[in-house]
Design a protein around this ligand. Sequence first.
Ligand SMILES: Cc1cc2nc3c(=O)[nH]c(=O)nc-3n(C[C@H](O)[C@H](O)[C@H](O)COP(=O)(O)O)c2cc1C
Length: 186
Amino acid sequence: MSDGHLQIVVCGAGPASDVARLIVVAREASWTMAVTATASAANFIDIPAIERLTGNPVRTSYQTVGRGRRVPTWVDALIIAPATYNTVNKIALGIADSYPLTSIAELIGRNVPTVVVPFVNAALAARAPFQHAVATLRQEGVRVLLGPDDGWEPHPPGGGAERQAVFPWATAFRTAAQTAHRSVDQ
Ligand SMILES: Cc1cc2nc3c(=O)[nH]c(=O)nc-3n(C[C@H](O)[C@H](O)[C@H](O)COP(=O)(O)O)c2cc1C
C-alpha cells in the first residue's frame, strides 16, 4: 500500500540527471511516483533507468515514450525539480504549450500540493520576470524553495556543478509529503 503518489517534473538543467535521488527518497517513504520530463530535460536523464526505478513510463508528451504500467490516476503531490528559469516563468504565466506545462497547470489548479525547486544562476534569478514569477507562484500557494529561509540560493554563473551536488532533493520530498493530499490526475 502506497503512502502517496508523487508526480515529478524535471526540466533541462544539470540536476535532472540526479532525479534518481528523489525517487529513492520517496520510495523509502513508501510513495509511488512517475516522472514527466520537459523536452530539454530528456537530454539530461536516463529514461530507461528512471522507468526501472519508478515502474512507470517517463512522459515527455501526450504519448508515453517508454514501456511500463499506466501512470496512476491519483496524485498526492507534485515536485518540479530542477525547475529552470524558463519553466518557472512559464508556469507563473499559466503557459501550457507542452504536455509537462499543461499537466503542471492542471495540478496546481486542483490545489495539488506543489513544490518548485529552481536551479538558476544569480544573473537569471536577478531578472524581474523571474522574481515576479516566484512571487506569483507563492501567492497561488505553490511552495517555491528559494532564498535564505529555504537554505537554497541561486548559484554564481558558472558555479552550477558544485551546487548540483547539494541539490535539496530530500527537502523537496519532505516539504511535499507534509502537505500532500489526494487528487485525480487525468
Ligand atoms: C548543459 C545545459 C545546462 C543548462 N543549465 C541550466 C540551468 O542550470 N538552469 C536553467 O534555468 N537553464 C539551464 N539550461 C537552459 C535550459 O535547458 C533552457 O532554457 C531550456 O529551454 C529549458 O527548457 P525547459 O524549461 O522546458 O526544461 C541549460 C542548458 C544546457 C544545454
